[in-house]
Design a protein around this ligand. Structure first.
Ligand SMILES: [Zn+2]
Length: 45
């Protein structure tokens, strides 16, 4: 599942909450960024 995070209120928003509109259901902000569910580890060289 793709999870988003609101840039304004910093709440997690799942795709099911958004439905078709990319908008925060909590504060109405349109600025959301995608959250990666899988953490990518960066290996040090
Ligand atoms: Zn918000």
């Amino acid at each position: 599942m793709v999870a988003y995070k609101c840039f304004n209120c910093n709440k997690e928003i799942t795709e099911s909450l958004l439905r078709k509109r990319v908008r925060c259901p909590y504060c109405g902000s349109k600025i959301l960024f995608k959250q990666r569910t899988t953490v990518t580890k960066v290996k040090a060289r």
